[in-house]
Write a protein that binds this ligand. Structure first.
Ligand SMILES: Nc1ncnc2c1ncn2[C@@H]1O[C@H](COP(=O)(O)OP(=O)(O)O)[C@@H](O)[C@H]1O
Ligand SMILES: [Mg+2]
Length: 239
């Protein structure tokens, strides 16, 4: 036996083995591709996806978001995605829709980053799996805004609105922005969960923006911030 045997495929453990074979193969490819070394702690189990932490070779902490093929509400996904001008020709096949959904989340994050919005850096997407930068501060994974009230709510709110304005200038609307999808990293808002984000110039784009504004304002108003929806809308859409 060699002293340091190379790990064979089977030894590279895919922990929490709750996924179908296809998904396991995808995770395995991401491991052999060097994006992650394996799955670590489960961080969050959502309606459609499981979120894990993982380390990459350079020791940086990453997030792996895995859509469970069997529990995705693909009719809802289809309705959302076919309204996005980038995906109007998409065919209604379950896997197709889920893969496009993941690809879109990756693309949205890239666009947001290019426009200077604080979002996790996306490293890779493959089929129903997305690998992202883990938003953290030292050893601590950044908490959601709903669980970590800002020390200075007014300042934090201004930064959130600034992020929304940049996103608007990038031609996108988040469409699910709320204190659940904004992390508080050292008093800086980081937007996450861009799966529903769509081009603003989409049927429904304006209503999504209005809903995002309403959710954000509703959170900050009790914190004694002057969070007036009409004013915020002007700040976001104005010149
Ligand atoms: N890049 C990230 N860095 C740190 N935590 C994250 C990151 N992405 C997701 N999370 C955590 O996982 C949870 C679920 O991720 P999210 O993308 O919002 O999925 P869902 O679509 O299920 O809401 C988030 O609420 C957050 O706590
Ligand atoms: Mg979320």
């Amino acid at each position: 036996m060699p002293k340091h045997p190379r790990k064979s495929g089977k030894d590279l453990k895919i922990r929490h083995n709750v996924f179908d074979e296809f998904t396991n193969r995808t995770i395995y490819k991401l491991i052999t591709g060097g994006y992650i070394e394996g799955l670590e702690s489960p961080l969050f189990i959502g309606k459609e996806s499981n979120v894990f932490t993982a380390h990459a070779k350079g020791h940086d902490l990453r997030i792996v978001k895995i859509y469970r093929l069997e529990s995705c509400d693909f009719n809802r996904m289809y309705d959302y995605i076919k309204a996005d001008p980038r995906y109007t020709n998409i065919r209604k096949r379950r896997r197709n829709i889920v893969f496009a959904w993941v690809q879109r989340e990756y693309r949205n994050l890239m666009i947001a980053r290019e426009h200077g919005i604080l979002v996790p850096l996306p490293y890779a997407f493959m089929n129903n799996v997305l690998v992202l930068e883990c938003i953290s501060s030292g050893d601590h994974i950044a908490p959601k805004l709903k669980d970590a009230l800002p020390r200075n709510p007014g300042q934090f709110f201004t930064k959130v609105v600034e992020g929304m304005r940049k996103l608007h200038k990038a031609g996108l609307v988040h469409a699910d922005l709320s204190p659940f999808n904004i992390l508080n990293r050292d008093e800086q808002p980081v937007f996450i969960d861009f799966s529903q984000a769509t081009e603003y110039d989409t049927h429904g784009g304006e209503a999504y923006l209005q809903r995002d504004i309403r959710n954000v304002c509703a959170f900050f108003r009790p914190l004694e911030v002057d969070a007036d929806e009409a004013k915020v809308r002007k700040l976001i859409t104005g010149p």
